[in-house]
Structures are given as structure tokens and as C-alpha cells.
Ligand binder design. Structure first.
Ligand code: SAM
Length: 316
């Protein structure tokens, strides 16, 4: 019979938050898998626990995933911990859980600290509906796409951020969500210098122009208001093709324009892609049929080969 993988939440700053159950499981398991063995060793030493450790992180998760599941299949019991907080939340634990489920290996969890949930309950923003967004990409285009995809979400949004990227992130958020959105920045949670700063996005950007970000941050952002969401559906009177062409005219490439249109409309990307390309084929056939070098213009109109005549697609 296979062993069990125990997902053990560890403190995010205050060692007193390690549960009695975690201590018990750490003493009983055959092995502890962790992101950084030095960090986990410090935690175990503090509690006088001596156990073999193995690293399991973003860069070795494939080989180590196979190694850990093989041991579990042999009947070994293994605890998985992340550097801080709950494993499988913004760390590769997610992949190990998936692997265990695929191989019918028992997985259980020992609940405890999660930075995002702690920040949410301290934010003063609505907690009844929220969306955990994790880290934004370091790639500029992906960051903007991510932010745009949740711009009209009315739920409270939770992001993780490293201090050296905080200023840029706040500026991007202000650009996409608008300066009036409320934000709570939760830093150094459970630690001596725990602090919750509550601002609008404009105020937060101004504050960090004057003050250097310090420590670890969770950003909790007010969701879009229902009225803003209604007002901002500028594309509602446009066809799918016109909607995409508007983005292309604004300088977004075709692939991203299709993706953004699908997000705005809550439609599957494939469906939007098909509609767009079917129309494109239609225009090409029409142009050939009319023996005229009509070509499709970026703004969605159709022009003759000199570009002098312009017909709106709906009139063709
Ligand atoms: N698995 C963890 C959890 O359960 O929250 C999160 C791991 S994630 C790799 C690390 C991020 O969590 C940090 O960059 C920061 O955004 C957030 N975080 C962790 N500890 C924190 C703390 N004490 N105060 C504020 N944010 C923290």
C-alpha cells in the first residue's frame, strides 16, 4: 500500500504559528520535501526535529516529482512544505499534488498560514467574493494582459509581489484599474513590523515615490464597481470583428487582440478566432468575385486598391 503525502503549512513569519499537528507529522514521516533545505532545516532545528530532507522546487520538480512519488508508492510517508505558508499556493507543490492524484497516492493537508488570506481579512475590503491572482509575470506584455483580464472583475483581487517590483506593479495597476481603486498593502504579516497600508492606487503610487518598499507584500485590491463595469463595455455595439479591429488599430497584434476580445466578452478564444477568420475569408471571396482589388483595412472598413473608397463591412 502506498504512503501519504502530507501538505504541511508552515509559518509566514511567526514560528508560533506552526501547528501541533505539523510537529507531530514532521516527527512521524520518513522524509520532508521542501523548497529550500537550509530554510526548512532552521525551522526543524528550532523545534528540535531531526529528519531527512529533500529539495523540491521549480527547477527540479520534474525529476524530484518522480523520485518522491516512487518513494510514496513504496509505502513511505512524506511531508511537503514550502518556504513559507501553505504548499501548492504560488509554489510547485501544485504539480506534486497533481502527480500523486494521477498515481492514486493519498494526499492530505495540515492547514495553517496563507499570506493571501491573512492579507484579505485584514484589508477591510469585501471578503465574501475574492479572486487569488498570485504573482504577475515579469514580462511586460503578460503583466498588462493579466491586469486587463481582471479589470472588470467585481471581486476583491489578491496579488503577491516582491518589494523590488512593487513600484512598477502599482503604476501598472493604476494605469489599468484607474487611480481611485482602493488598495490594502499588507507587509511583513505576522512579523514584528507587520503593517497594513490602506490607500487609493494613486495615493499608493505617490507614497512609494517617497518611501522605499521593505519586506514581503500582499496587495489586496477593491473589485470593479458594477457601474464602472457597465460604462466600460465600449465594445457592446460592435461585432466581434469590429471589436478585434479596434484593438488592432490601437496597436495590439492580432493574436492578442483576439485573446482580449474573448476575455471582454467571456467567450472561448477558439470561437472568437473562428468568427474573425470566417469574416476575413468572406471579404477575400467577395473581393475576388467583384474582380476588384479590395483589401481589408485595419479599421474594419474595406478599401479599393488605391485606398480611396471605403465601405463599412456591414454594407457589403
Ligand atoms: N505559499 C505561500 C502562502 O501560503 O502564502 C506563499 C509563497 S509565495 C512564493 C511568497 C509570497 O507570499 C511573497 O512574495 C509575498 O507576496 C507573500 N508573503 C509571504 N509571507 C508574507 C508575509 N509575512 N507578509 C506579506 N506577504 C507575505
Amino acid at each position: 500500500m502506498s504512503g501519504t503525502l502530507y501538505l504541511c503549512a508552515t509559518p509566514i513569519g511567526n514560528l508560533g504559528d506552526l501547528s501541533a499537528r505539523c510537529l507531530e507529522i514532521f516527527s512521524e514521516v520518513d522524509l520532508i520535501a521542501c523548497e529550500d533545505t537550509r530554510r526548512t532545516l532552521q525551522l526543524l532545528n528550532h523545534f528540535g526535529i531531526h529528519k531527512p530532507l529533500t529539495s523540491y522546487h521549480e527547477h527540479n520538480k520534474k525529476e524530484k516529482g518522480a523520485y518522491i512519488t516512487a518513494l510514496l508508492e513504496e509505502g513511505k510517508n512524506i511531508a511537503l512544505v514550502s518556504d513559507a505558508g501553505t504548499p501548492a499556493i504560488s509554489d510547485p507543490g501544485e504539480d506534486l499534488v497533481k502527480l500523486c492524484i494521477e498515481q492514486n497516492i493519498n494526499v492530505t493537508s495540515l492547514p495553517g498560514p496563507v499570506a493571501g488570506i491573512n492579507a484579505l481579512i485584514l484589508s477591510g475590503l469585501p471578503t465574501s467574493r475574492f479572486s487569488f491572482e498570485g504573482f504577475l509575470s515579469v514580462n511586460n506584455r503578460h503583466r498588462k494582459e493579466h491586469l486587463n483580464s481582471v479589470k472588470n472583475d467585481t471581486r476583491t483581487l489578491i496579488f503577491y509581489e516582491a518589494p523590488h517590483k512593487l513600484k512598477n506593479t502599482l503604476t501598472d495597476m493604476k494605469d489599468v484599474f484607474g487611480g481611485d481603486r482602493r488598495i490594502a498593502l499588507a507587509r511583513e504579516l505576522t512579523k514584528l513590523h507587520e503593517e497594513i497600508l490602506r490607500f487609493t492606487l494613486s495615493e499608493a503610487v505617490a507614497f512609494y515615490e517617497e518611501n522605499a518598499p521593505r519586506g514581503e507584500y500582499v496587495l489586496v485590491i477593491e473589485g470593479a464597481s458594477e457601474t464602472i463595469e457597465t460604462e466600460e463595455k465600449w465594445w457592446e455595439t460592435l461585432s466581434v470583428t469590429e471589436h478585434i479591429d479596434k484593438y488592432i488599430a490601437d496597436g495590439i497584434d492580432k493574436k492578442d487582440a483576439i485573446k482580449q476580445c474573448a476575455t471582454d466578452r467571456g467567450m472561448p478564444k477558439r470561437e472568437v478566432y473562428n468568427i474573425y477568420h470566417q469574416e476575413e475569408e468572406y471579404y477575400e471571396e467577395e473581393a475576388t468575385h467583384n474582380r476588384c482589388a479590395f483589401r481589408r483595412c485595419r479599421c474594419g472598413s474595406v478599401q479599393d486598391y488605391k485606398g480611396t473608397r471605403s465601405l463599412q463591412p456591414s454594407k457589403i
